[in-house]
Design a protein around this ligand. Sequence first.
Ligand SMILES: [Zn+2]
Length: 429
Amino acid sequence: MMTAVETNTSTSTLPNPLSAGPCCRFCAEPLRHTFVDLGTSPLCQKHVTPAQFDHGEPFYPLHVYVCEKCYLVQLPAYVSREAIFDGEYAYFSSYSETMLAHARAYVEQMTARFGLGGRSRVVELASNDGYLLQYFLEKKIPCLGIEPTANTAAAAQEKGVPTIVRFFGRQTAREVLDSNGPADLILGNNVLAHVPDINDFVGGMKILLSPAGVVTMEFPQLLHLIDKNYWDTVYHEHYSYLSFTTVEKIFAAHGMELFDVDEIDIHGGSIRVYAHHTDDGTHTVSERVHAMKARERAAGQGDLKSYAAYGKQVEEHKRQILSWLIEQKRAGKKVVAYGAPGKGNTLLNYCGIRSDFVEFTVDRSPHKQGNFLPGTRIPIRSPDEIMDAKPDFVLILVWNLKTEVMQQMAAVREWGGKFVVFMPQLQEC
Ligand SMILES: [Zn+2]
């Protein structure tokens, strides 16, 4: 049994990042410049159950800064990684066909390009449920997953993918180096943005990488967040919003060089960077690297003023969304939503959209039905209920799956209903 004192300690473990003012997680410069301030929001993956409905929820700031010295765009660690990536973490990569196809193609490409075989060692950071490493196993290439969330790691082990349940950093790197030897390929897809201590994480890769080894990291590129207005992808598990140029600086500080880059269309505009030890002459820096840096420079990413404009753009977008909703409600229209993604919660909480504007949302996952969205408490129901409610508008919160949703819910048009997306721009369709 826990004593009252122990309970107190366990619920107040969050350090206050503002106690001495937030500092850059890479270069330690004090953070003074706002990129965008989305107010406060609860953790976007923690749905409210009926039993929790009469209780409060903690809200944390979504105040994103840009560092004036290294231009790393970042959310201070208002919420610890342990509080987000826990044993109940809800995202299993294998549920997505797109992710599986992407993983299989990646394994084919890397095996061919870097001549990987039975004597190579592959390590994946944040290996989730083994959705990617299973394809290395098929090729009999030894691999190891490092994954902090116990439930997804257990699913990987069931597939036969060796996995250790741990956060990655220098300490874990030394342990894996001792037990498994150096890695010829270290990969991390959609994880670099999710680490609060980016120096410890990149420093760990430096330790674990074999002398001629290669690191590949995939992450959503800041350029697209800005150009395509994806501000709803700001949430607490995304600690950093990365550009190629900033990631190059971070790797260089840890003795590694980015020698190539690919653009990939997953998650609405990501890049994959390739790194090696700076003193490894095996790979020459590709023309694509120079072109990518030139493109980021041309977009103003070396100029503080261009970052400051983003917040104003987001505020105006919020006014457009609210004007549209107010107009519909005054005209007596019924609006419901489709999907319960993390990004939808940033959008709804920042704009203050509750069931006064959007009566309910729907999700195909039975685990989510019957619960409520965090903060806004919009009920989550089964997609069938849209057919009964016959709304005038279905707001697609999973806007990246817009085409799929409109096909699946085509019956909405039978009663004259329409679809609407708010991101990246408000559009009735
Ligand atoms: Zn900095």
